[in-house]
Design a protein around this ligand. Structure first.
Ligand SMILES: [Zn+2]
Length: 56
């Protein structure tokens, strides 16, 4: 596949889960499990903490 890469945040599942088992759509890849490296910058990957905050 040349059109994208497996999302490292969710490992291609499109979903993320926190330590308590909450699952939510991966905001890095918008739930499709893939992202284009040209569209995602490392700073955005690190921004995943903002998603965790919503679950608080
Ligand atoms: Zn993802």
């Amino acid at each position: 596949m040349e059109h994208g890469q497996i999302c490292k945040a969710c490992q291609g599942t499109g979903m993320l889960a926190d330590d308590e088992g909450w699952q939510y759509k991966c905001r890095i890849c918008n739930g499709d499990g893939l992202y284009n490296s040209a569209d995602v910058r490392p700073s955005e990957i690190l921004d995943v903490d903002e998603t965790n905050r919503i679950l608080d």
